[in-house]
Design a protein around this ligand. Structure first.
Ligand code: 4AD
Ligand code: MG
Length: 437
């Protein structure tokens, strides 16, 4: 009888633990290479983990040894061999290599283990994604998205997708990206909110989740021109319901991500005790109180001014968890926010400020539900009714008290990961000075 030599099964590195003592094939890219006498160590990454391939010269054909010796950083390859648990090895496992297949021998990978400037790395973002740190950040980002959507889905909110090409502004005309839409002007959406409001009248509780765009001229560590936002909207919910929803949601997301991303947060050297403290309820300050605190601390702010980043940082530093600032002056905020009947100079809104200087991660409000008041607010804010008739219809046909908010994904990722700048929170960030790659 002929003996057929079976190819060992292909195993992803995250699953190596199920194959100790077995002969397997792994596929990936070489991250480190070092040899010592008759032994070569090949550290391979496949996106799910690491393994250390050990090539022992006396045990393998000279051709395999030579091929292993010639490997360069980021060469793509397959290794076969028997798996052994080895706590001291990167990834916790070793492979006693008996087979090596090189897909491509990489020449001059631009990112070396030495230090590079951020601009250089951003220019090579397509390759930088392979680094341990960027890999960890994007895994946390995915976990945050999963936690956010899971929370909404479990709590009775229906996902409704808002359009990206829109006929009108939601968040002011100064940050619109304009594009030709056949014979009309169209704008990349700044927010799905107005559509979420329509959907809330159809489904009760909804959320949109998608990319949003702002032609931000500001070059700060918090601003992208393209960012993702999750925007819940609920019918029969007032300002207080909205704050309770936000604190339950944010605390739930942070605790779930903490439970699922210990390893990634450790790679990022995140102080997780700061995240463990993020439990509902969150403290609340009115805008009036916030202005008083800022003035007492010597900030040059007057009632009616919007807060700058240093103002937000000072307010948030007083607490170990996110803080709501509520009831901003109406002139600071968007036309759709409900004027407080008891205080017509302020609106029933809240910004949620993250701790540790991360600033505003959520903007939300109760919505103006009275047709004539809304029209007056639009006129006051210079928002034309043209193109907004459909939105006004929502106040004509069964208007109800309703509220919602928008949470910026990238700022949330920056906060949870403890990053200096939002640019590392998106796989391919878009900013004032960056459109490539
Ligand atoms: O406060 P904003 O502008 O609120 C809205 O767009 C509302 N329509 C949301 C709603 O009520 N449905 O934006 C909400 C959040 C901010 O708190 C911030 O986290 C994020 O979106 N955000 C940005 N993130 C990155 N880069 C930018 N340029 C951002 N602008 C807003
Ligand atoms: Mg805002």
């Amino acid at each position: 009888m002929d003996t057929i030599v079976q190819e060992p099964p292909y195993v992803r590195l995250s699953d190596l633990g199920d194959h100790v003592g077995q002969r397997v094939t792994v596929k990936g890219w070489l991250t480190h290479h070092r040899s010592k006498g008759k032994i070569a160590f090949l550290v391979v990454r496949d996106g799910t983990g690491l393994v250390q391939g050990v090539v022992f010269r006396p045990d393998v054909a000279e051709e395999l040894w030579q091929k292993a010796e010639a490997l360069t950083q980021e060469s793509s390859l397959a290794l076969s061999g028997v798996v052994k648990a080895e706590p001291r090895a990167p990834g916790g496992f070793e492979l006693a290599v008996d087979g090596l297949c090189v897909f491509q021998l990489t020449q001059d990978f631009p990112i070396s283990p030495k230090e590079h400037g951020v601009d250089f790395l951003m220019g090579y973002r397509h390759l930088w994604l392979r680094s341990k740190r960027q890999h960890a950040i994007l895994k946390v980002r995915a976990a945050i998205i999963r936690a956010m959507r899971g929370w909404m889905d479990r709590n009775g909110f229906l996902l409704v997708d808002a359009p990206i090409l829109t006929p009108a502004a939601c968040e002011g005309t100064s940050t619109l990206f304009e594009t030709d839409y056949f014979d009309e002007k169209a704008y990349l959406t700044q927010s799905g909110q107005l559509y979420a409001e329509a959907a809330a009248m159809a489904f009760g509780k909804v959320y949109t989740f998608g990319p949003t765009f702002r032609a931000e001229k500001s070059k700060t560590r918090r601003h992208l021109t393209e960012f993702w936002m999750l925007e819940p909207e609920a019918a029969f919910a007032d300002h207080d319901d909205n704050l309770r929803l936000q604190e339950q949601f944010v605390a739930g997301v942070v605790q779930e991500v903490l439970a699922n991303c210990r390893e990634e947060l450790a790679i990022l050297e995140r102080d997780v005790t700061r995240l463990e403290a993020v439990q509902a309820p969150f403290p609340r300050l009115t805008y009036d109180e916030a202005v008083r605190i800022l003035q007492e601390a010597g900030h040059a702010i007057q009632w009616g001014d919007d807060f700058g980043a240093p103002d937000e940082t000072l307010l948030a530093e007083r607490f170990d968890r996110p803080v709501f600032v509520t009831h901003y002056p109406r002139q600071c905020k968007a036309f759709y926010m409900k004027v407080d009947p008891a205080r017509p100079d302020v609106v029933r809104c809240a910004d949620l400020l993250a701790p540790e200087g991360y600033g505003e991660i959520i903007g939300g409000s109760q919505r103006e539900d009275d047709l004539e008041t809304l029209r007056a607010r639009m006129a006051e804010a210079g928002v034309p009714e043209e193109g907004m008739e459909w939105y006004l219809d929502l106040r004509r046909y069964g208007s109800v008290p309703h509220s919602g908010f928008g949470i910026g994904l990238e700022r949330t990722v920056a906060w949870i990961c403890g990053l200096e700048h939002v640019r590392e929170t998106a796989p391919f960030p878009r900013m004032l000075t960056r459109l490539h790659p």
